[in-house]
Design a protein around this ligand. Structure first.
Ligand SMILES: Nc1ncnc2c1ncn2[C@@H]1O[C@H](COP(=O)(O)OP(=O)(O)OP(=O)(O)O)[C@@H](O)[C@H]1O
Ligand SMILES: Nc1nc2c(ncn2[C@@H]2O[C@H](COP(=O)(O)O)[C@@H](O)[C@H]2O)c(=O)[nH]1
Length: 201
């Protein structure tokens, strides 16, 4: 499970989309949210857009792997698709905040790789939030006001990427994926493989 977190507007969604296009063994976890749909967003593609009672019912039924209140809206990761993907041997990419990361970390610490994305500067973060032009002015202001608080969680992550140039950041996340997939404890069937190699020697 590969988690990307950042202050709003630093570039997680942009990096995730590029990664999904280049990494065939990666499944994107689609979150459920009570936030209103932005122009161009599609239900079941960008998010599952649900109302508050439906979200609460999913939480009660323990259908969420994690959930949090972010900028006054509820967000959560539906558990079943993640479990199915992992069961099928696929890696799963999450675009979730620090609260969700903390919850997944405490439940499944060994299976998780946490990456925090930083903007190159405060001014560039604001520029990105504004030029995205998908949120009303008061939402942009609220997100800027909370950026410092969100960034205070950077040291709970395994890797830090400063997102200056999208292509470079994507390449860096791909390097992390490659290295983490090569970890001894993540390679399935390695003991038997080495054992066969040794007995043939
Ligand atoms: N390296 C970059 N250089 C310039 N612009 C970028 C870069 N990365 C992302 N952007 C732009 O910044 C804006 C915000 O990016 P994006 O929506 O990916 O952020 P996010 O971290 O997913 O935000 P949120 O947390 O609100 O979902 C978009 O308009 C995107 O095109
Ligand atoms: N804890 C969770 N956080 C989530 C989830 N899905 C998204 N998010 C985070 O919310 C903010 C805002 O997202 P936006 O799409 O409204 O801009 C951002 O930090 C996301 O990472 C989730 O399932 N759980």
């Amino acid at each position: 499970m590969l988690v990307l977190s950042s202050p709003s507007g630093a570039g997680k969604t942009t990096i995730s989309r590029a990664l999904m296009a280049e990494e065939p063994n990666l499944t994107l976890s689609i979150s459920a949210t009570t936030r209103p749909k932005r122009p161009g967003e599609r239900d079941g593609v960008d998010y599952y857009f649900v109302d508050h009672p439906r979200f609460e019912a999913m939480v009660k039924a323990e259908d969420m792997l994690e959930h949090a209140l972010v900028f006054g809206n509820r967000y959560g990761t539906p558990r079943a698709p993640v479990e199915a993907a992992l069961e099928a041997g696929r890696d799963v990419l999450f675009d979730i905040d620090w609260q969700g990361t903390q919850q997944v970390s405490s439940r499944m610490p060994r299976d998780l790789v946490r990456v925090f994305i930083l903007p190159p500067s405060h001014a560039e973060l604001e520029r990105r939030l504004r030029t995205r032009a998908l949120d009303p002015e008061e939402v942009v202001q609220e997100r800027m006001a909370k950026a410092a608080d969100e960034m205070s969680h950077w040291d709970a992550y395994d890797y830090i990427i400063v997102n200056r140039q999208v292509e470079r950041s994507v390449a860096e996340v791909k390097s992390i994926l490659t290295a983490e997939r090569l970890r001894r404890d993540r390679q399935v069937g390695l003991t038997e493989f080495v054992s066969r190699l040794r007995s043939a020697a």
